[in-house]
Design a protein around this ligand. Structure first.
Ligand code: HEM
Ligand SMILES: [Cu+2]
Length: 505
């Protein structure tokens, strides 16, 4: 029987009842995620060292191959494997209940694994140099699309198990009233995931049929429009999951409780309602769409999603301040802040993610997402810099912070090399901030994204680097090395702890 008590253990620190078959699934999804961030990190280094003018490492074809592989590996495989682990954690573990449909959890995992391997393989053998967005008429090998479709269906099954578990827990009286805020935020992420996956299916299935020759052509503007329902919404899964993790880490690290449940939940609901229209910001220089459509979506509606993030940005620090003041840190304006557990990587990762996402990612996003400004920023490094402050500095750093709790709670191991773990979020986040800011600044001078050699060396009308651009691109390379080292320490500490850390009984 799936719900025998022998299938559970009680966590000594949190008192949560952990469903052992769910625990195994969380472990395997989390470990796979870490393997993918390791691969993505190596590719990041190759790409960054190629764009650093003084190094210019890879030849052109390998550069585009590595760039495609880096984008897909990081933005899809690392992030979504981690999120599926997070969904099982946020349902079964946080609600102290069993995960419904363990067998399907394994089916989902195997589909995601097979799909991701298929896609990676076609990229590596040079049959899919189409970059992350894969705009037709660029055409990849059919296995590239098939792998992504398999992966997406697997992820969809994972989301369904999350919903089934939450509903079953309610029916069995595992919680009364509404879901806790963290599980609520994850439920919003899962709802957005379903929309995202539907968008992905709507565009990738026809494109797959086109690549095998069953469809004679794909309408390029339609592809771009529907692709971003998938490509942009998937980032909003990340935002909702990341914000949920901020609330969770604030609770785990300083005992913070939401100051106002209604306020925070309303902000999450705004994400579900308004975030999909923000997809329009990818299409603002697209000649196939009208100006009123662009301005309505990005000048008006999407700001409601921005407001949601600003609401969380007030609610989370407030909850931390209240919790700290309750402990007696009431002297002066900022004693509560000084007395925060800064040496705890879970706490520092949360703060770095929060500040980086808000101050760099949010502000650049709102500015570059304006119709008129997009015309000059589009396809420059300003955009690449912007999204590395959101999905890397924001989402990835938050996921790293949560890992330091997943290791003792789910893997039942102590975190090894605590000194390294302590500096890890700082090194990673500061490195990412440096290379992203350098990218944004270089993009301001017109440096394009996805470009192997902006000097066109050897061509009849080649360019020389201006000293400023040369300097900024070099700073990008240095920041990238620092970030990759921070990421490598993350992989070392987590993989080391999971396999060799001291067992916690
Ligand atoms: C150490 C960390 C990282 C470094 C140094 C890094 C560096 C880079 C560089 C140099 C580019 C190429 C820009 C261009 O020439 O157009 C790039 C592209 C990209 N990166 Fe990263 N990155 C890192 C981590 C990540 C992570 C964690 C994610 C996702 C969660 C990510 C997602 C992407 C995407 C989607 C692209 C664009 C791919 C395309 O244009 O098709 N990166 N990155
Ligand atoms: Cu977007």
């Amino acid at each position: 029987m799936a719900n025998q008590t022998s299938d559970f253990r009680t966590c000594p620190t949190t008192g949560l009842k952990v469903h052992l078959p769910a625990q195994t699934l969380i472990r395997i999804n989390a470990v796979t995620a870490v393997v993918y961030i390791l691969i993505g990190g190596i590719l990041a280094l190759l790409v960054a060292l190629t764009r650093w003018p003084a190094v210019h490492l890879l030849p052109a074809d390998l550069f585009y191959r590595a760039l495609t592989a880096h984008g897909v590996t990081m933005l899809i495989f690392w992030v979504i494997f981690f999120e599926i682990a997070g969904l099982y954690f946020g349902s079964a573990v946080l609600l102290s209940t069993r995960l419904v449909g363990i067998v399907f959890g394994w089916v989902a995992y195997l589909m995601m694994l097979a799909g991701s391997l298929m896609t990676e393989y076609t990229i590596l053998i040079g049959q899919a140099d189409v970059m992350f967005s894969a705009y037709p008429p660029l055409k990849a090998h059919p296995l590239f699309y098939l792998g992504l479709i398999l992966f997406a269906v697997g992820a969809l099954i994972g989301c369904i198990l999350f919903f089934a578990t939450v509903i079953m827990a309610k029916a069995e009286g595992k919680y009364s009233g509404s879901l806790s805020l963290v599980s609520f935020g994850l439920a919003i992420a899962a709802i957005i995931a379903v929309v995202t996956i539907a968008g992905g299916a709507a565009i990738l299935i026809p494109t797959f049929l086109w690549s095998v020759g069953l469809l004679s052509h794909i309408d390029a503007p339609t592809y771009r429009l529907v692709f971003w329902l998938f490509g942009h919404s998937s980032q909003q899964i990340n935002v909702s999951a990341m914000v949920s993790i901020w609330y969770l880490l604030a609770a785990l690290t300083v005992g913070a409780k939401p100051v106002s449940e209604v306020f925070s939940r309303t902000a999450f609901l705004f994400y579900a309602f308004f975030i999909n229209v923000a997809s329009a910001h990818h299409l603002m220089v697209d000649p196939a769409l009208t100006t009123p459509w662009k301005i309505w979506n990005t000048g008006y509606v999407f700001h409601l999603a921005v407001v949601a993030s600003m609401m969380h940005a007030l609610a989370i620090p407030a909850s931390i301040e209240v919790a700290q003041r309750k402990k007696g840190y009431v002297h002066g304006l900022f004693e509560w802040l000084k007395k925060c557990p800064w040496e705890n990587p879970g706490f520092s990762a949360m703060v770095l993610s929060f500040c980086g996402f808000g101050l760099l990612g949010g502000i650049t996003g709102v500015v570059f997402g304006t119709e008129q400004i997009a015309i000059v920023t589009h396809n420059t490094w300003r955009i690449t810099g912007h999204f590395h402050t959101t999905v890397v500095l924001g989402t990835t750093t938050a996921f790293m912070g949560l890992t330091y709790y997943v290791i003792p709670l789910i893997f039942q191991r102590e975190v090894m090399m605590p000194k390294l773990a302590m500096i890890q979020p700082w090194m990673f986040a500061i490195g990412v901030a440096i290379f992203s800011i350098a990218m944004i600044a270089a993009g301001g001078y017109g440096v394009p994204r996805r470009h192997w050699d902006i000097t066109f060396a050897g061509a009849p009308y080649g360019f020389e680097f201006s000293p400023t651009v040369f300097l900024l691109m070099s700073v990008m390379g240095l920041g990238a090395i620092m970030a990759v080292l921070g990421g490598a320490i993350y992989c070392l500490v987590t993989v080391g702890s999971v396999f060799f850390g001291k067992k916690i009984s």
